[in-house]
Write a protein that binds this ligand. Structure first.
Ligand SMILES: C[S@@+](CC[C@H](N)C(=O)[O-])C[C@H]1O[C@@H](n2cnc3c(N)ncnc32)[C@H](O)[C@@H]1O
Length: 405
């Protein structure tokens, strides 16, 4: 279903002028072959879990990420030098490097010069397809809407790095074996992830003994913190890292340019951010929490305790499903938007919104998970299987929508 939605989105990408379908054609050339292949994969009834792990909405507004990473910008050169220097100082072990929430993937290519394997993970399939195209030495020319549709040419390295690759995955559910990764990098991820603690737990799990985590990004919130507490900053990092079995190697505030588009348009000076940089070394393994264990047991057919647990919304957090109408030259159209934990409003396609409405209203902090599943009935068009429902529940928890107890 989300592949269909991506195709529809591709066909309706905004252009400066209908007579110049530049971006749409350029993006289609890169994305369509892979989307056509993915469309042949088995589809789930509602596609809700797929939807949540694919983050289909929003990618088309992220063209500045491609520009920064692949148009030889000063901003990217500074970030690359910063990370490669941190790698030199903190990472003696050079096995697998993984960049979580890698976006346009420039850093994945840079780390491939220092590690035999450098993997970029992101929930956005279109972003990764574009990143992969560029990392393999491809080129693309796009018009950047933010810069009055200035045309920008981007090109990957003349000699594509060996060992660079991309995986569509959720940073809170990494597809890596325990202890298999030497370096994890997160850049501008923890602040937008609904529940950064789950990502940190996964980083701990996949890092090898003594493996290193480098983070650069805005102050972030844990879903368990009271809403009034404000985001965690660099002076909160020693305790945050210690709780997650990491030893801090270096923690500091770094003032950094973010998306400086002024070379394209002098009216767009970009932002200067105060970011947290830390380098941390894994001290030991964390015990999985009982809810995580119940999910693992369910997947391994060792029990269904997870269905007896009660899902509830987290105090002080809101998931909003805003149903309304948009009016324009095409006449009135119904429109549903979802705003969750830390994310921006995402438009929701029709059938999914009815399902989401039923699902979110069935989670009342009293019903056990199996009662929520029963209440859903055929809201998905056909009854959701228990397995699909449990995957959905787990994803909602990992995204910081709900807690389970
Ligand atoms: C703000 S962008 C930063 C991109 C890149 N790291 C950079 O600094 O240019 C955040 C990226 O994280 C991805 N993302 C968000 N939540 C994620 C999750 N739970 N797992 C993996 N990727 C995620 C988004 O799709 C997006 O590409």
């Amino acid at each position: 279903m989300w592949i269909d939605a991506l195709q529809t989105q591709l066909a309706s990408l905004p252009e400066p002028d209908a007579a110049q379908p530049g971006n749409r054609e350029a993006l289609k050339r890169v994305l369509e072959p892979a989307l056509a292949q993915a469309a042949g994969l088995p589809q789930r009834p509602v596609g809700m879990s797929d939807f949540m792990t694919s983050q289909m909405a929003g990618w088309e507004t992220r063209l500045p990420y491609l520009y920064i990473d692949w148009a030889d910008t000063e901003e990217f050169r500074a970030d690359r030098a910063f990370f490669l220097d941190a790698v030199l100082r903190h990472c003696p072990d050079r096995g697998v490097a993984a960049v979580l929430g890698c976006g346009a993937g420039g850093l994945v290519a840079s780390l491939a010069t220092a590690f035999p394997t450098s993997l970029g993970l992101d929930v956005s399939l279109p972003q990764l397809l574009l990143a992969d195209h560029l990392v393999r030495g491809g080129a693309i020319s796009l018009q950047i809407p933010e810069a009055r549709w200035r045309q920008v040419s981007m090109r990957g390295p003349a000699t594509p790095p060996r060992g660079a690759g991309f995986i569509v995955a959720d940073a809170a559910a990494l597809p890596f074996a325990p202890g298999s990764v030497s370096l994890v990098v997160t850049q501008y991820l923890l602040d937008i992830a609904g529940a950064p603690t789950f990502i940190a737990q996964e980083i701990n799990r996949v890092l090898s003994p003594g493996g290193v985590w480098l983070n650069l990004g805005l102050p972030f919130r844990r879903s368990s913190d009271p809403p009034a507490a404000g985001p965690l900053r660099s002076d909160d990092m020693p305790a945050f890292l210690d709780d997650l079995a990491f030893d801090a190697l270096e923690i500091r505030r770094r003032r950094a340019m973010f998306h400086d588009l002024s070379a394209l348009d002098e009216w767009l000076p970009g932002l200067v951010h105060s970011t947290i940089f830390f380098a941390a070394r894994k001290r030991g393994d964390l015990e999985p929490d009982p809810v995580a264990r119940a999910f693992v047991d369910h997947a391994a057919r060792r029990g269904s305790a997870i269905l007896d647990m009660i899902p509830r919304f987290i105090a002080g957090r809101r998931i909003q499903l805003l149903e309304g109408w948009s009016f324009g030259s095409g006449g009135p159209r119904p429109r549903v938007e979802l705003t969750s934990a830390n994310s921006r409003a995402t438009p929701i396609p029709g059938p999914l919104s009815a399902f989401l409405h039923k699902l979110l209203s069935s989670i009342d902090g009293k019903r056990a998970a199996r009662e929520v599943l029963a209440a859903l009935g055929t809201a998905a068009g056909e009854a959701l299987t228990e397995d699909d429902f449990v995957v959905l529940l787990r994803t909602m928890r990992l995204r910081g929508w709900i807690e389970i107890g």
